[in-house]
Every structure is written in structure tokens, then in C-alpha cells.
Design a protein around this ligand. Structure first.
Ligand code: ATP
Length: 236
């Protein structure tokens, strides 16, 4: 059984059909990437999985249970956390307070303290800056904070929407390295990226989306070698 199964999903904004009969799955332990140009429907799919949007038709199953009618907090409780595009860190709050927001559903204080420790080990820069206003962090540091905040909920499945967006090449490398490490430590990952080459290089499998439809799918390596993908997404 797949960890997450998206079955014939369609999502509309009013009359705009943003996602059309999309099906894909994510197995436990995988990194799966959705790639596609601006407006292909990637963010809409992520927001629907995390319960922020409701499908027009189709279903989403997580560990065999249908979740598309559940609320966003219920979905976080079930083990799915999202890092939204643009990061949305809370300005005027410290790094530590931002992380705290990610643990809003955790009841066990010992467990929360341990999670902070894990996150500070993974992101030493967040520890160093823990008492600083989050708004003063660089873009790359804010991405790490957004990821750290999502990890405070101890997700089994992490949804990352364009984590490399707007970052310098050095930070992009760092973020992809961290994604790979998180996965090796046991977190299953859905990675949305416009940076197709890097995303496919670390992904087990990928799906190529265009105007709301899945056009191609395969292993990361197959898609990297696909002439159509090379032409459209790697610029020739
Ligand atoms: P991007 O990388 O630019 O976010 P995307 O692949 O994530 O692109 P979506 O943001 O999911 O694409 O958008 C899919 C389609 O839905 C686009 O045509 C977009 O214009 C439209 N859309 C997205 N959000 C809304 C909204 N709130 N209201 C109306 N249309 C929307």
C-alpha cells in the first residue's frame, strides 16, 4: 500500500480548473518530486493534500485512510506537514517562537524538548539565532526555519513547496542536501520544484505536470535522461 495515494484529483478555483484528474502515489521512504512550469498546478495539489483546499472530485488516501474531507490540523495530527511556498515565517517573533508554533499539536513536553534538540542539531544556524527576530534571517535561513517549524510536528510525510525558490546557489545546495538527509533519517518527502534538475537528481521518482495534468512519470534518473524533459525544463 502506498503511503499517500492521490486518485483522479481535480481542483478548481471558481471556474478555473487548476488540477485535472491527477493521480500519483508516494511510497514510504521515498522522495517524490512534482515538477512543472509556473501555474502547472503544483501548489494547488500540495494545498489540497494538506487540507487547505478541497477537491472538486477525486480522493486522497494516507496510510489507506481517505483524508480529503479532513481539516488541516487533523491532517497535521495524522503526520503530514507542509512547508508552504514563500516560507511564511512569523516576523516579530523569535526563531524559537516560530519553532514553537510548529509544535502546537504536541502535548508531551519532554517529546517537544527532544524535538527542539534534534532540529538544532540538524540546523545549527537556528540554534545560534534562536533569540533573534525571524525577520532578520537570510532567505536560506528562513527556509531552514520553515522546515524546522514543520518538523516540530514530527511528520511522517513532509510536503515541501519550492524550497529552493529565491535562494543563492550555495543555499540551494545546502537545502537539497538537508532534504536528502531528512529522507535518509526516515521522513518521506513530496518535493515541489521548478528547479527540475536538482529535484530529479535527489528524487526516487517524479511526475511532470503541465496545465494541471500529469504528462510524464518515472524514476528520477529516467526523467533526467528524458529528451522531452531536457528540452522543456533544462533549456535544451
Ligand atoms: P507556481 O509555481 O507559480 O506556484 P504552480 O504549478 O504551483 O505554480 P498553482 O499555483 O497550483 O501552480 O496554480 C495552478 C493554476 O491555478 C494557475 O492557472 C493559477 O493561476 C491558478 N490559481 C492558483 N491559485 C489561484 C487562486 N487563489 N485563485 C484563482 N486561480 C488560482
Amino acid at each position: 500500500m502506498a503511503m499517500l495515494e492521490v486518485r483522479d484529483l481535480s481542483v478548481n478555483y471558481g471556474v478555473i480548473q487548476a488540477v485535472k484528474n491527477v493521480s500519483f502515489e508516494i511510497n514510504q521512504g521515498e522522495i517524490v518530486t512534482l515538477i512543472g512550469a509556473n501555474g502547472a498546478g503544483k501548489s494547488t495539489i500540495v494545498k489540497t493534500i494538506s487540507g487547505l483546499l478541497k477537491p472538486k472530485s477525486g480522493q486522497i488516501f494516507y496510510l489507506g485512510e481517505e483524508i480529503d474531507h479532513k481539516s488541516a490540523p487533523q491532517i497535521v495530527s495524522a503526520g503530514i506537514s507542509q512547508v508552504a511556498e514563500g516560507r511564511h515565517i512569523f516576523a516579530g517573533m523569535t526563531v524559537m517562537e516560530n519553532l514553537q508554533m510548529g509544535a502546537f499539536l504536541q502535548k508531551n513536553h519532554d517529546e517537544v524538548s527532544k524535538t527542539y534538540k534534534d532540529i538544532f542539531e540538524r540546523f545549527p544556524i537556528l540554534k545560534k539565532r534562536r533569540n533573534q527576530d525571524a525577520a532578520t534571517l537570510s532567505g536560506g535561513e528562513q527556509q531552514m526555519l520553515a522546515m524546522g517549524r514543520a518538523l516540530m510536528a514530527k511528520p511522517k510525510l513532509l510536503l515541501l513547496d519550492e524550497p529552493s525558490m529565491g535562494l543563492s546557489p550555495l543555499y540551494i545546495q545546502e537545502i537539497f542536501k538537508i532534504i536528502k538527509e531528512l529522507n535518509e533519517k526516515g521522513t518521506t518527502i513530496l518535493l515541489i520544484e521548478q528547479n527540475a534538475k536538482q529535484a530529479l537528481s535527489i528524487a526516487d521518482r517524479g511526475y511532470v505536470l503541465a496545465t494541471g495534468v500529469v504528462q510524464l512519470s518515472g524514476t528520477g534518473q529516467e526523467l533526467l535522461a528524458n529528451p522531452e524533459v531536457q528540452k522543456v525544463y533544462f533549456g535544451g
